[in-house]
Design a protein around this ligand. Sequence first.
Ligand SMILES: [Zn+2]
Length: 87
Amino acid sequence: MKSPQTIDCRAAATRLYEYLDGELTAEVEAAVRGHLADCAVCFRLFEFEEAYLAFLRARTQAKAAPAHLRRRVFETVLFDKDRTEPE
Ligand SMILES: [Zn+2]
């Protein structure tokens, strides 16, 4: 049985998004995970990207949902544009 391959920071970084999307083979994923366990720098980078991706996904969903809200904002912007300073 082969011992899990070790990878460096660069190799880990290139696998970042595939890792977060769960698209790596079990072997490569284990190698990345092994590197993250040993490397605080990459661990923080991966953690940050994971949070950022989650944030993006949440935003994308929020954007699709409230169409009435977007319309209200749009109309507010339009009406505010026509309104002159109350003086
Ligand atoms: Zn590293």
